[in-house]
Each structure stands twice: as structure tokens, then as C-alpha cells.
Design a protein around this ligand. Structure first.
Ligand SMILES: NC(=O)c1ccc[n+]([C@@H]2O[C@H](COP(=O)([O-])OP(=O)(O)OC[C@H]3O[C@@H](n4cnc5c(N)ncnc54)[C@H](OP(=O)(O)O)[C@@H]3O)[C@@H](O)[C@H]2O)c1
Length: 223
């Protein structure tokens, strides 16, 4: 069940791609003070976004952004995540809720991608190990970014699957999701659940390839 709402706070979104921009704009629209992080915060495509859909969001380095946020989001290329955490300084994540929206995708053999981390490990677990004092919650990785905020589908509301070790951090993420318009959130357990959530991303991508469209999402039906 989802409660909500998250008290106004400083949010740091590490990653300036589609996912980072979508989440940064979502947090800003809900009244939070948002910084978006990039290796190059002055790059022209980011400046253009900041003067349009991203108006009101500030940009900084990964370290600036991790320092700024009371709540942090990791939204970079999965294979760059550990480098980005190192660049952002792990001590800047201490005690904070860290939403991991990433997938470890390997496109080296073309489409569909494979997982670059699988079996008895996952990117979510690697992120938690890299941030022993961070409270990591996997979320947003099983749906396309256009549906992160105010998800609307003709067949109803989708289910957001989350995983993480810290129950208070997961409550905070529930509050974020409630603010973002999610009424159905299912917590599958500890951060090792990232193994399944990251694999679900591959199924989501294959479905998109088969349909030739990307406006699909998963819904948990019970009873
Ligand atoms: N696209 C979706 O709808 C979707 C949905 C759910 C989850 N995801 C996951 O969310 C994450 C972000 O996806 P995305 O589509 O926004 O973009 P992306 O192209 O996977 O990543 C963009 C971000 O990653 C950073 N980055 C890329 N290579 C890097 C490197 N070598 N070192 C450091 N940073 C690097 C970029 O930093 P700079 O700003 O410095 O260039 C940029 O901020 C991915 O893990 C993806 O699998 C995507």
C-alpha cells in the first residue's frame, strides 16, 4: 500500500539522461529542491533541458549532487554506476535513502540486451555494497521513463516493484511513489530482489521489441 507524501526536501539525481531528467522534473514538480548530476554539468544538451522542461532544477557534478541531496537517485548507465559512486564520494551518501533506478544492460551482442550482472549478484546489491552507509532501494527500473510520474494506461494503474534492506527507506520511496501518482507498489523484499527486478527489465525490453512500441507496463493481479 502507498501512503505519501514526502516532506519537502533536497533531492540529488545522479544522471542527466532521460531517466535522470524525468525523475528530476518529477521531484521538482512536487516541490523539492532538485540538483541533477553529470560528468559535465555545463554541457549544451543539459543547459537546453534546464531552460525548458528542467526549469528550476540546478545542475552540478556527481559529487555536488550527492552532497546536495537528502534523498538521492542513481540514474546512470548501469555499467558506470560504481565509477559514478566513487566520483560522487561514498561518504556523501551516508544515512541517505538512495533510489537505484538502473539496469546493468549489456548490448555487446545487439538487441535484446543481456544482463551484465546476473546469477548470485545484481547491480542493486553492488550499489548497496559500494554504499554500506546508504539505504538503497531499487525502484523505477521495470517501466519506461515516460510513465515514472503520473503513470496512466488505458487498462489501469501499473504495479511498481521495489526491493531494499531498510524498511524505513522503502517507506520513504512509497511516499515518493504516492506523490508521483502510484497507487500500487509491491515490496519484494531485500536488495537481493534486484536480481529479479533487473531481469524483469529484460522481459520489458523484449516485449517492447516484439510489440514495436514502448507503452507497456506490468500489473500484479491477486485473488
Ligand atoms: N530509459 C528508460 O526508460 C529506463 C527506464 C528504467 C530504467 N532505466 C535505467 O536507468 C539508467 C539511466 O538510463 P538513461 O536512459 O537515462 O540513460 P543512459 O544513457 O543509460 O545514462 C545516462 C547517464 O549515465 C551517465 N554515464 C554514461 N556513461 C558514463 C560513464 N562511462 N561514466 C560515468 N557516467 C556515465 C551519463 O553521464 P553524463 O551526464 O556525464 O553524460 C548520463 O548521466 C540506466 O541504467 C537504464 O538501464 C532506463
Amino acid at each position: 500500500m502507498v501512503d505519501g507524501r514526502l516532506a519537502s526536501s533536497r533531492v540529488g539525481v545522479l544522471g542527466s539522461g532521460q531517466v535522470g531528467q524525468r525523475l528530476a522534473a518529477g521531484f521538482h514538480s512536487r516541490g523539492h529542491e532538485v540538483m541533477i548530476g553529470s560528468r559535465d554539468p555545463a554541457k549544451p544538451e543539459l543547459a537546453e533541458w534546464l531552460s525548458g522542461d528542467g526549469a528550476g532544477v540546478k545542475a552540478g557534478t556527481f559529487a555536488d549532487t550527492a552532497k546536495h541531496g537528502e534523498l538521492l537517485v542513481l540514474a546512470v548507465l548501469g555499467d558506470a554506476a560504481e565509477q559514478v559512486i566513487a566520483d560522487a564520494h561514498p561518504e556523501n551518501f551516508g544515512g541517505k535513502v538512495v533510489i537505484d533506478a538502473m539496469n546493468p544492460l549489456d548490448f555487446s551482442s545487439g538487441f535484446p540486451p543481456k544482463l551484465s550482472i546476473s546469477g548470485e549478484d545484481s547491480l542493486g546489491e553492488r550499489v548497496q555494497r559500494a554504499l554500506p552507509d546508504g539505504r538503497v532501494v531499487k525502484a523505477f527500473n521495470t517501466i519506461g521513463n515516460p510513465f515514472f510520474v503520473d503513470p496512466g494506461f488505458s487498462e489501469g494503474k501499473p504495479t511498481m516493484l521495489i526491493a531494499g534492506d531498510d524498511k524505513h527507506a522503502k517507506q520513504t520511496v512509497n511516499d515518493v511513489l504516492a506523490d508521483f501518482g502510484w497507487s500500487d507498489v509491491f515490496d519484494i523484499g531485500g536488495i537481493e530482489g534486484s536480481r529479479e527486478l533487473e531481469a524483469i527489465c529484460i522481459a520489458w525490453v523484449k516485449i517492447g521489441g516484439a510489440r514495436g512500441a514502448w507503452d507497456h507496463a506490468f500489473k500484479l493481479l491477486v485473488g
